[in-house]
Design a protein around this ligand. Structure first.
Ligand SMILES: Cc1ncc(COP(=O)(O)O)c(C=O)c1O
Length: 446
């Protein structure tokens, strides 16, 4: 890409430090400017149209240009554009959304705390867990176990939970007291000759050993995505969550399910917890909660978490935590309408119905010698390509670029090229997406 002087691309490079971007590369090459979106498609400022194969950032469930969400936001903006939820204030959209989420939760949950991003939500979880430990007179029971390759965000505590090197490097993270146990990627971490069942048993034993080594009385919680997203679309093997939950139960350790990607239908059921048989104490929701039309996230806690937290806030006089935008009325109104659309149009059912086609299309490409492994469930999947030489991401980056050239936006996580289309996708559009994906793959030559 050549950047024209004074173009929008040049001004972007001149003034804007981008997240998850190589700043020097950005200065030289500029950025892709998207102008419009409709359904599963987005259009750039040259008029080129792309299928958004990753739903933005795994999030635009109902597709782009959904008028009902525009109307919900507009009506709320006219009525009450902003009010906070501090100091016993509230408004109808936040009350209705909290009630709806508690009603939808796959296990009994007690209360919802609203935040504005997945990262803020996970930071909130860490703080509530620490607060609870103090409330319960267990000030030593504060460590949290996460997983290698887990992704939970980028704020100080949530980046610490994240188990990816570039979220820690040069940021002086992770914080002490955040531990990382093994990643349930059989294809990536199984030992020679180890069966899936043996792999699962080893991961559960390693978790048990970690808890024993640290001291069970020092471990407060375990956090995991039901299916890992940003770590490379990792679907845990059968029996994994059962084995992990058995270990956590043994030591009275809370389980936090980070449903930021899985929630609202991505895995073919409303929540990843249902797909994976997880019974969490805390659930973290964002992304498809509002199809990312507005930034909003939510932390659901059960009574085991809520009651001690409520007692501590009473002892101190206030729960000293919350954001200006917690339960933002416009975000809440959009989320409510978005959930209504997901339910009315049975988008969870659409994900379940199209899962077989989606996985078949991915599987059909595993004959290409560049492909190392295929992974997927529901409407989230990926091909992992063989690494080229020493450089991680060369093959993945080339595949991502080849897709872009042909009108498909995907995301390469190193050499894993992920697909996570909007839940509204049709069978015909799925075939259109895979025609491009396959052509891009076949165009690569290393
Ligand atoms: C599972 C999971 N948790 C948390 C986050 C962080 O969310 P945000 O980028 O909104 O802070 C993400 C983002 O991709 C995620 O996938």
């Amino acid at each position: 890409m050549t950047v024209q002087p004074n173009s929008i691309e040049a001004r972007d490079a001149a003034y804007h430090l981008h997240p998850y971007t190589n700043a020097r590369k950005m200065e030289a090459e500029g950025s892709l400017i998207l102008e419009e979106g409709e359904g599963i498609y987005v259009t750039d400022n040259t008029g080129k149209r792309y299928i958004e194969g990753l739903s933005g950032l795994w999030s635009v469930a109902v597709g782009f240009g959904e008028q009902r969400l525009v109307d919900a936001a507009t009506e709320q903006l006219k009525k009450l554009p902003y009010y906070h939820t501090f100091a016993q204030k509230s408004h109808t959209p936040s009350v209705e959304l909290a009630e709806k989420l508690i009603d939808m939760a796959p296990v009994p949950m007690s209360k919802v705390f609203f935040t504005n991003s997945g990262s803020e939500a996970n930071d909130t979880v860490v703080k509530l867990i620490w607060y609870r430990a103090n409330a319960m007179g267990q000030p030593e029971k504060k460590k949290i176990i996460s997983r290698i390759k887990g992704y939970h965000g980028v704020t100080v505590a949530s980046a610490s939970l994240t188990g990816l090197p570039y979220n820690h490097m040069s940021f002086d993270l992770p914080l002490p007291g955040i531990l990382h146990t093994g990643c349930p990627h059989y294809g990536g971490f199984a030992q020679d000759g180890e069966s899936e069942a043996q792999f699962v048993a080893r991961l559960a034993q390693e978790l048990d050993d970690m808890i024993q080594a640290e001291g069970p009385d020092t471990i407060a919680a375990f956090i995991g995505e039901p299916v890992m997203g940003a770590g490379g679309v990792i679907v845990p093997p059968a029996g994994y969550w059962e084995a992990i939950q058995a270990v956590l139960k043994k030591y009275d350790i809370l389980l936090i399910a980070d449903e930021v990607i899985c929630g609202f239908g991505r895995t073919g059921k409303m929540f990843g917890c249902e797909t994976m048989g997880i019974e969490p104490d805390v659930m973290v929701l964002s992304k498809q909660l509002s199809s990312s039309y507005m930034p909003i996230s939510a932390v659901l806690v059960n009574d085991r978490v809520y009651q001690p937290v409520a007692d501590e806030s009473d002892r101190i006089g206030v729960l000293g935590h919350g954001y200006t935008g917690s339960g933002h009325p416009v975000g809440a109104a959009v989320a409510l309408e978005n959930i209504k659309i997901i339910e009315e149009r049975d988008l969870v059912g659409n994900a379940a119905r199209l899962e077989a086609l989606f996985l078949d299309c991915l599987n059909a490409l595993t004959g290409n010698p560049l492909v190392k492994e295929m992974r997927g469930i529901g409407l989230i999947g990926a091909l992992e390509l063989h690494q080229q030489g020493d450089a991680v991401g060369v093959a993945g980056g080339a595949m991502s670029a080849a897709c872009m050239e042909r009108g498909l936006i995907v995301r390469n996580l190193g050499d894993t090229v992920a697909l996570c289309p909007p839940l509204i996708i049709t069978e015909a559009q799925m075939n259109e997406m895979f025609d491009i994906y396959a052509e891009a793959l076949n165009s690569l030559s290393f």
